[in-house]
Write a new protein. Sequence first.
Length: 138
Amino acid sequence: MLASLVSYWGEKAGVLTSWSVLIAIPLFHAIVYLLVIGVISKFDGKHHKARMTYAEAMQWLRDRRHPWDFFNTNPVFCLRTHVLGAEKSGWLEVVNFLLCNGTTLHKVALDKCVPFVRGKAKLVLESSQRTTPRASAR
């Protein structure tokens, strides 16, 4: 984008008069940019794509005492479980899926989705220590 802007103003100022140069500058810039990004991503060791199911990823996070997951970082889903209850909101299905796939019982909050907030991870971990579901508030 910046190379296109340079070409445009170069043409307006009368410095770049050849159309082939005006087109070549942004194309050359795009090619160099993509090559640099490709080289950086090739040597960057952070992005290993691990093939695992959601249940395996959830267990991996819980084993490392990371209480966040797809559901508890979604405030709308957590609010939905508070208002509708575990069965109507779909939280009970999530819990059953995780329990059937090896996530240990004491590591999943059974009655509601407790939202994860940075600095409040202790609350999520404490609420997940309950092993019996409560009746919904309705």
